[in-house]
Design a protein around this ligand. Structure first.
Ligand code: C5P
Length: 234
């Protein structure tokens, strides 16, 4: 399980994502890409097959959360799409996460990597308390959810780069940390609040960084992607 840069392809149509990916036709390394709900709901599972056929590895970011039986059957469908990485909400609890793993495992024993969302970074301490009735500090909640994901047999978590080091301390260095919220030191932060540069993400031990607009909205997306690879991997 190597380190890599995952490009968040937050486009709303096949046409847009394909014209973006066409830019990478001449590069040696086909980027690892993230497909989120917007593109998946707009285009359906065919978009996953078509991007896979272009030679990209795929993180399908659908964040499943339902009863164990439903998640198990849904994960079986996703495993047949041949994605490389997919996710769910740890809030679904250990039985749901275990059922997800069962559904995801193909008859030959292989399966995509499965990671958990702990608490969404859009949830703050005030809403943790008022809406979810959780009165523990956010950091403790995130580490607990990560531990439960590990106990269920998952491969890692999506987390803020600021949490990655602690997740590795609590769950071990082999437990993957996949971290969005990455910005170049000289780039726009946009709506992200707590950001890190690719170099900082490397230093704190992120396994995969998820980078969207710093690459997709760059004047030269290939140069921006290669800068991320250089800063994060070298
Ligand atoms: O454009 P940007 O680099 O901000 O994109 C980050 C990607 O990571 C987006 O697809 C966003 O939805 C996702 N993400 C995030 N923060 C989280 C979870 C996912 O930014 N906590």
């Amino acid at each position: 399980m190597g380190k890599d840069v995952i490009i968040a392809c937050d486009f709303s149509s096949k046409l847009q994502v394909e014209s973006f990916l066409d830019l990478f036709n001449t590069t040696a390394h086909r980027p690892f890409v993230k497909i989120g709900m917007e593109l998946f709901y707009a285009e359906g599972p065919g978009i996953v097959r078509s991007i896979k056929n272009r030679g990209h590895r795929i993180f399908l970011d659908l964040k499943l959360h339902d009863i164990p039986n439903t998640v198990k059957k849904s994960m079986k469908v996703l495993s047949e799409l041949d994605v490389d990485l997919c996710n769910l909400h740890a809030a679904g609890t250990v039985p749901m996460m275990q059922a997800a793993l069962e559904g995801l495992t193909r008859p030959d024993g292989t399966r995509p990597l499965l990671i958990a969302v702990t608490q969404l970074t859009s949830t703050d301490q005030a809403h943790l308390e008022s809406d979810l009735l959780i009165d523990r500090p956010m950091d403790e909640v995130v580490m607990h959810y990560a531990s439960r994901a590990k106990l269920a047999g998952l491969d890692g978590v999506v987390c803020s780069p600021l949490e990655a080091r602690r997740v590795h301390e609590v769950c071990g260095n082999d437990f993957l940390t996949v971290t969005p919220g990455v910005r170049f030191a000289d780039g726009d932060v946009g709506d992200q609040k707590r950001v890190m540069t690719p170099e900082q993400a490397r230093e704190i031990g992120s396994d995969y960084i998820v980078v969207g607009r710093p690459i997709t909205a760059a004047p030269d997306p290939i140069a921006a992607y290669e800068r991320c690879l250089h800063d994060f991997m070298d």
